[in-house]
Design a protein around this ligand. Sequence first.
Ligand code: PA5
Length: 448
Amino acid sequence: MEMIKLDISNALTNEKVKEAYKALLPKGLECNTSLHKGDGKGSDFLGWVNLPSEVSPELLSDLQSTVDMLRRDCEFVVAIGIGGSYLGTKAVVEALSDSFAQLKGGDTPTLLYAGNHISEDYLYELLELLKGRKFGLINISKSGTTTEPALAFRLLKALLEAQEGKDFARAHIVAITDAQKGALRSLATTEGYKTYVIPDDVGGRFSVLTPVGLLPIAVAGFDIKALVQGALDMAHTLITETTAEVNLAVQYAAVRNALYLHGKKIEILANFHPKMHFIAEWWKQLFGESEGKENKGLFNAAVDLTTDLHSMGQWIQEGERNIFETFLSIETPRHKVIIPEDKADLDGLNYIAGKRVDEVNKMAEIGTRLAHLDGGVPNIRISLPELNEYYIGQLFYFFEKAVGISGYLLEVNPFDQPGVEAYKTNMFALLEKPGYEEQTAEIKKRLS
Ligand code: PA5
């Protein structure tokens, strides 16, 4: 099998950036070693490093029986979760699904999502859709206490129980959470739900290769063994490549930090296939939550191209020069569409007749990379031979390793997320949650 490729030549056109990159490479290699030795910051959360080799045949076969049950009995399965308990699944399922799967129908249960925001209209519309339909729930929360999924689960559980009775509900609700802690663990134990454990040492945004991602991805009909195999092969490469110049994760971490040190404060992940939109969302969480702390860190943005070339393209070409781009490219699309010849040629497109649509897309990509580079936007290119489970597995692990190294180069703890508590404290205070009395009084004073 091939490996994904990294091209950083368009990122090193500035001599100062090149120098910084060279200086960061050996440090990056040390950071990679630290991740394996466990002697760096946040070392309690390094379970993801060896995770691909720890997905056992027993776990896979247990997951398969749950998948079989849900696929046999349910028209819809709702995956409930937010952040790392949502985005990995969404990324894989969107990347690999037929763009019109929901309209074409099919024999798998449709995977739906809830608990990744607090929109009342969305929840109303979801509940309306599920009325009178057979459905199951996969409730995912590492902490087991996150408000968004807990709220969605309460509503969906009530509907399922009212519709099918307690026994059916019990048999078709699966909880994925901590082994011991949290409200979801106690709820699942009390109700007698089937559960899977998220290991203590695997943080939410690194959990896609645990049951958090594996179960819903398999329910949606995708090959989780290939996903894990891709991650495993990438893990092997990134530990055995001990020369900084050839270790892709070290290179990517070093080049983005070199650019950051020289004024490029925003990294834009650009894809050329709308199916990859949620891979970018997953990446945004992984990098944003891991590095954005202590008033440091690149801001992670994403664009879907060529779509956004007709909106944000102007800003990227000529706006403030504090950005660089990382292009996520697919070498060969799954399907072939040839542009037909048209006798009248009224649209003037005969000059591309006979070509694959993807050839036009690729020329747009090359043209964009060059244009943006000329406009002062350096770029990196990561390419996947194809969009499938195996290469997404490689990509996931590559980015996880890279963010660990990159966070260490930035001298932050890439494995915590203290900043996400601030909004929660305010929300709980405003909702007058028991235990938040002092904060409630303070916030009321502030708002009066
Ligand atoms: O990476 C993280 O830890 C977070 O983004 C979590 O994934 C997110 O907050 C959801 O948390 P939980 O799974 O505990 O509900």
